[in-house]
Design a protein around this ligand. Structure first.
Ligand SMILES: O=P(O)(O)OC[C@H]1O[C@H](O)[C@H](O)[C@@H](O)[C@@H]1O
Length: 528
């Protein structure tokens, strides 16, 4: 396409949201009008599905649940007055709590103010709060946030060590919708122990964000934690950033949560429009469908040219991959759907993997996130008439152009500034795009049956570990791995048993391995 035609195509397809100052450009995706027309019936269905979902239909049939994250930004949309009231009240409670923490009206027993937060959670209970903290937290927040989002003992130690002297003034948020996920449970127990070792009253410094009556909620209630905020069963983990899950940590860091909600609401209004050309989420979904042939054949590479948006791709990874990555479609057919998402930030990634994007395997489409405002205030001129921001902008435009020249498609989302409103809008834009795309490819975007398999397998390993240790504790002499497996009644599991024992051995857990480490079959095992 020549430059003039391309400029025309750019203008034809450009979407602009005036209130948010947000642009979406899908002109560098190679679809034509025939393709767009062929998708219109699917989009009509997707818009109708979305309208039903917003009215409170059971949009997650496998779990028999409503899907209501849109109500969080516009409580009047909730299907019952009770739900509307609950949403409004929770928001007010969050603001009142944050305000009291900031003024010191709520303070820890041994300090006049809270100075830090440890936020414990994983998946949807971590990725949103982490993304928003990176994007929006002030440079010197009134409370500095630290995350524990794994069951990694060294990671937990690092966070606790960094906080050593500040634990007495650290507020702990334990975030888990189900209240039963092992990783946050483990993190909570470890942090509790650290508080106990410093003779601190954990309960007086702890807040639970979880479903009413979950295990976590019961513990928090029984121990009299400082506060509890509800998570609703009609909000999925990966769409929970604008529920208490994301709003409590954001408000505590001094981020304007009303502006985040307002940005999301404005975007929701724009993405509710049942017209492909005037709906930015539908345009995104159209681009994804075109690029991956409706089967996720191409990966989504997300490149925000702004440091503060570094974690957006990680956030989107869960939102997109957990929602779309499904074996079965809604009719039970085996479809193996998905779209792989990765990316960090530009221009940094240009010095890492953009070489492959430009010249290597063409199995992706790029999404550039452009931020018009370089920084608050004036910029230094690095060269006459040129600032660092001009370079960054040039790198983005240049990479977009270079990819296009090599027939690599790209989408560009442009926002005026990274602020609570635009971040809320970005979250809402992608939530809706995922919902619409899921409808186009006929999958349930709101469940995650595949995640269970890994959890169950992990539980089986821990059970095997107990059996193996029970066997070894009874034995007087060292056994081969086969003998251990036999005696544990798990003859088929020798390899898993070997790995369990090697891990225990490496951690001074009393397991003695004799023989050649490189030849596991030669090992004799005992407990010392
Ligand atoms: O918030 P939680 O219930 O602890 O869940 C945390 C995460 O765990 C899971 O295994 C799910 O796959 C995620 O969707 C969820 O966000």
């Amino acid at each position: 396409m020549d430059a003039k035609a391309l400029w025309q195509r750019y203008q034809n397809w450009l979407y602009f949201h005036e209130g948010l100052g947000l642009y979406l450009d899908i002109s560098r995706m190679g679809f034509d009008h025939a393709f767009v027309d062929s998708l219109r019936p699917k989009f009509d269905k997707a818009f109708a599905d979305m309208a039903e979902l917003e009215k409170g239909a059971i949009a997650n049939p496998d779990e028999g649940r409503m899907v209501g994250h849109y109500w969080l930004r516009n409580p009047d949309l909730a299907p019952t007055p009770e739900l509307t009231q609950e949403i409004v009240q929770t928001l007010e409670q969050i603001e009142a709590f944050a305000e009291k923490v900031h003024t010191g009206a709520i303070h820890p027993p041994k300090a006049s103010r809270f100075t830090d937060i440890i936020s414990i959670g994983i998946g949807g209970s971590a990725l949103g709060p982490e993304f928003v903290a990176e994007a929006l937290a002030p440079d010197f927040p009134s409370l500095k946030i630290h995350f524990i989002d794994n069951s990694d003992p060294a990671g937990i130690d690092r966070t606790l060590n960094q906080l050593q002297d500040n634990l007495a003034s650290t507020l702990v948020l334990v975030i888990s919708k189900s209240g039963g996920t092992p990783e946050p449970r483990n993190g909570m127990i470890e942090v509790k122990a650290a508080y106990a070792s410093k003779k601190l009253d954990f309960a007086k410094q702890a807040v639970a964000i979880t479903s009413v009556d979950s295990n976590l909620d019961k513990v928090a209630q029984k121990e009299g934690w400082l506060a509890r905020f509800p998570m609703y069963d009609w909000v999925g983990g990966r769409t929970s950033e604008l529920s208490a899950v994301g709003l409590v940590p954001a408000a505590l860091q001094g981020i304007d949560i009303r502006a985040m909600i307002e940005g999301a609401k404005e975007m929701d209004d724009a993405t509710r429009v049942p017209n492909l050309e005037n709906n930015p989420a539908a345009l995104l979904a159209l681009g994804w469908y075109f690029s991956g042939n409706g089967k996720g054949e191409k990966d989504m590479v997300v490149l925000p040219y702004k440091d503060s948006l570094l974690l957006f791709s990680r956030y989107l990874q869960q939102l997109v991959m957990e929602s779309i990555g499904k074996e079965k479609d809604l009719d039970g057919n085996t479809v193996y759907q998905g779209i792989a998402v990765y990316g960090n930030k530009g221009s940094t990634d240009q010095h890492a993997y953009v070489q492959q994007l430009r010249e290597g395997i063409p199995n992706f489409f790029a999404t550039f996130i452009e931020v018009l405002e370089d920084r608050e205030g004036k910029s230094l001129e690095i060269e006459p008439g040129v600032t660092s921001g001009d370079f960054l902008s040039g790198f983005l435009l240049g990479t977009r152009q270079a990819l296009y020249e090599n027939q690599r498609d790209s989408i560009t989302v442009t926002i005026p500034q990274v602020n609570p409103k635009t971040v809320g809008a970005l979250i809402a834009l992608y939530e809706r795009a995922v919902g619409l795309y899921a409808s186009l490819v006929n999958v349930n975007a709101y469940h995650q049956p595949g995640v269970e398999a890994g959890k169950k397998a992990a539980a089986v390993i821990l059970e095997l570990q107990s059996k193996v240790m029970a066997v070894l504790q009874k034995e007087k002499t060292a056994l081969s791995l086969e003998e251990v497996a036999q005696k544990a009644g798990a003859a088929e599991e020798v390899e898993a048993i070997y790995k369990i024992l090697r891990h225990l051995h490496a951690n001074g857990r009393g397991v003695v391995l004799q023989g050649e480490l490189g030849k596991p079959g030669s090992l004799k095992v005992s407990v010392g």
